[in-house]
Design a binder for this molecule. Structure first.
Ligand code: MN
Length: 329
């Protein structure tokens, strides 16, 4: 449960020889970019390394990162003496698909930036101020004097760009911008990366977005907005849950919005709720209230309730939080 610093973890990576690097279930650009980059760095240092993602790998961007970083789908089955390194996982439950037993945590380096990280590793490099886990891995690369190849740069840039929502969030510190500059200098084609991340919608996905957005809902005089995607919408447009993430970016563009969320019926019969905030409100506390977690400005939970009931309960809590914030503010 101890926190370690960059130098301590760099020394551990220098001295140990056999690693499994892995990220969280339903990979995003940060978990996969950071894992892929770290795997490539360790390989360049002459270490034995296997890089894994629990998957799924449905979109071209995520596939690109998996290919660049030689990442296979699966989760660790460590042999004695092997170190597991997790990237961007706030808690151990995120390491495997829901309902799967987590592997034994014996020698585990937890590399992350989630402020509610449970410090589940035997060594925990959790930098809350970092824009992304990719930034934490970049800090390790600097400490290790590890050359940043074009492939490593692409993986790190992917994590940085996606977790800062295209360099638009406050977490994009001067250091994060300097990191981006170094990565572009190392060969990243930022226009190509942007196209890979943001210009990959299928026509079905555009139709699914349209159906969800045409029923845009609001509360608290428009300070809370949300969209709902039923199984019926996914089925009618031939789309899957992962193709709906970018709706959140669209909700953010609504004038006057403070809190916004996306509710989706999952294949397993649950409702997944993704929360975002534009002010100082902590949506991870709201997500935790419903058994989930995440960051201050981006969090989520999964509920085993009918959609209408989820909507009722979630919006009631969001309204109460907004009211409480107004009183304090
Ligand atoms: Mn992240």
């Amino acid at each position: 449960m101890q926190r370690a610093d960059v130098e301590t973890v760099a020394e551990l990576l220098r001295t140990e020889d056999d690693f499994i690097v892995c990220g969280h279930y339903q990979p995003d650009g940060d978990t996969l970019g950071a894992s892929a980059a770290l795997g490539l760095m360790l390989k360049a240092m002459g270490k034995k390394v296997q890089t894994l993602t629990p998957g799924p790998l449905p979109d071209p961007f995520i596939n690109f990162l998996a290919e660049t970083g030689n990442v296979s789908v699966g989760w660790p089955q460590p042999t004695p003496g092997q170190w597991i390194i997790t990237c961007d996982c706030g808690n151990a439950g995120r390491l495997v698909p829901p309902g799967t037993e987590v592997f034994p945590i014996d020698r585990l380096i937890n590399i992350d930036h989630h402020h509610d990280n449970s410090l589940f590793g035997t060594v925990n490099l959790v930098l809350n101020e970092a824009s992304s886990t990719a930034e934490v891995v970049y800090r390790l690369a600097l400490a290790l004097n590890c050359p940043i190849t074009k492939e490593i740069a692409e993986c790190l840039y992917a994590g940085l760009a996606t977790d800062t929502n295209g360099f638009s969030l406050n977490s994009t510190t001067p250091f994060a911008h300097r990191m981006a500059a170094d990565l572009v200098a190392a060969g990243v084609d930022s226009e190509h990366m942007h196209a890979l991340v943001y210009e990959q919608l299928t026509k079905g996905a555009v139709r699914m977005h349209g159906l969800a957005m045409s029923e845009l809902r609001e509360a608290a005089g428009g300070r809370i907005v949300w969209a709902v995607i039923t199984r019926e919408i996914f089925d009618r447009t031939g789309t899957v849950e992962e193709q709906s993430d970018s709706i959140l970016n669209k909700l953010r563009e609504v004038a006057g919005v403070d809190l916004y969320c996306l509710m989706r019926e999952t294949l397993g019969g649950f409702v997944k709720v993704s929360f975002r905030s534009k002010n100082d409100m902590d949506v991870s506390a709201i997500a935790r209230h419903f058994g989930g977690g995440g960051h201050i400005h981006a969090a989520g939970c999964v509920l085993d309730l009918p959609l209408a009931e989820v909507e009722k309960q979630v919006i009631a809590v969001l309204e109460a939080e907004l009211l409480a914030a107004c009183r304090v503010g």
